[in-house]
Design a protein. Structure first.
Length: 371
């Protein structure tokens, strides 16, 4: 029988120093050297599979996996990865280049949605995703029985629930998706964050905002400068600046200040936020999206990430990425150690589609939008 390796190419996935450190930590918790080596390789096989699926846009949950439970890891030879969209566990089994068969313990022959075979060899710089099988009934599976990864991808595509697309045009009618209707405490944090961005203090009246508005009027270019109205109240002054300025940065800052004064004002941006803590390994990170119509029928869109804890810095290396409808990045910003927040503004036409991705180390969150 022809060896399966000659029929389709393996997929090489880099193994990072962070992956090896995680595997070493799990291995050190084991009672014997043999169990330590087993857990080390099991952990790397799971992390390689996770990164492979992550590249395909398939959401996984390490924390819900049996292999990430210290007690189960101590008692059983397991290497599973939970796939939320399938509500099941994918077993990730390792073998070496010299192995002609992959050993699969009987305890994982059931309650698995499939088995992925990962080739791991020292010094563990990369793992090769070799193939997939849907079920197991033998303790050693020859390489010739490995099926192409297309079968796994087909199953994930067929059974995975399609990712919903956030309809930004409906936000203008105050119609939000359920997970984009943040609880009141998140909105309060959002308000505090906006005050922080503009170095304003809460409960000090309108004077700091008035000073900020005057600064915005003075910041306009010489060609488009508008005099500061003297006969309008503060809200009307901000509305006039939103409607007349040619500078999108000034337009957005004016709109956010108006939102701070009166979130229900018709000229306000529509702003909502989502807590990403569950996706980013417990880090209290918030993604905020705001939309503001422009006079040319285009939409000004702001994406911003900040910490849920007031005055806290973002974790270093956090990335905010924008992708067009073909998956090509059109912006990427990365946090530094001293950053309280980071953001990116862009303009879109009605019907445009894009995605926002937030990445921290091996964890990520993605959301798709249509204007």
């Amino acid at each position: 029988m022809i060896d399966t390796v000659t029929k389709f190419m393996p997929i090489a996935i880099p193994i990072t120093a962070t992956d090896r450190k995680q595997a070493y930590q799990f291995a050190q918790q084991q009672p014997t050297p043999k169990r330590s080596q087993q857990v080390y390789r099991n952990t790397l096989a799971v992390l390689v599979t996770q990164r492979y699926l992550q590249l395909l846009g398939v959401h996984t949950d390490l924390e819900a996996s049996h292999s990430w439970n210290p007690l189960e890891r101590l008692l059983e030879n397991i290497a599973d990865l939970y796939i939320p969209s399938l509500q099941g566990f994918l077993e990730c089994r390792s073998l070496r280049q010299s192995d002609r068969k992959c050993k699969i313990p009987q305890q994982v022959w059931s309650e698995r949605i499939g088995y992925v075979m990962i080739q791991l060899d020292e010094p563990y710089q990369e793992g090769q995703v070799l193939g997939f099988v849907e079920s197991i009934s033998v303790p050693e599976l020859p390489r010739s029985y490995f099926q192409p990864l297309d079968i796994l991808l087909d199953r994930l595509t067929l059974e995975r629930s399609p990712q919903p697309i956030v309809q930004l045009n409906q936000w203008r009618q105050r119609i939000f998706e359920p997970d984009w209707q943040p609880p009141q405490d998140l909105l309060s944090t959002l308000r505090a964050a906006i005050l922080q961005f503009y170095e304003l203090q809460p409960q000090r009246g309108d004077e700091p905002i008035r000073q900020r508005v005057e600064q915005l009027y003075r910041r306009q270019s010489a060609e488009s400068v508008q005099p500061i109205p003297v006969n309008l109240n503060l809200q009307e002054t901000l509305v006039k600046l939103i409607q007349t300025t040619q500078d999108d940065e000034i337009r957005w800052q004016s709109a956010e200040l108006l939102w701070e004064l009166n979130p229900q004002h018709v000229a306000c941006p529509v702003i909502s936020a989502k807590d990403l803590g569950i996706y980013l390994t417990g880090h209290p990170i918030v993604l905020m999206i705001g939309i503001l119509p422009k006079s040319d029928s285009k939409m000004l869109i702001l994406s911003r990430v900040y910490s849920l804890k007031q005055l806290s810095h973002l974790p270093s290396g956090l990335k905010l990425i924008g992708l067009d409808e073909r998956g090509n990045p059109f912006f990427e910003v990365e946090s530094r150690q001293q950053d309280h927040y980071m953001q990116f503004k862009f303009t879109a036409d009605g019907g445009d589609r894009f995605s926002i991705r937030v990445v921290l180390n091996d964890a990520s969150f993605s959301e798709s939008f249509v204007v």
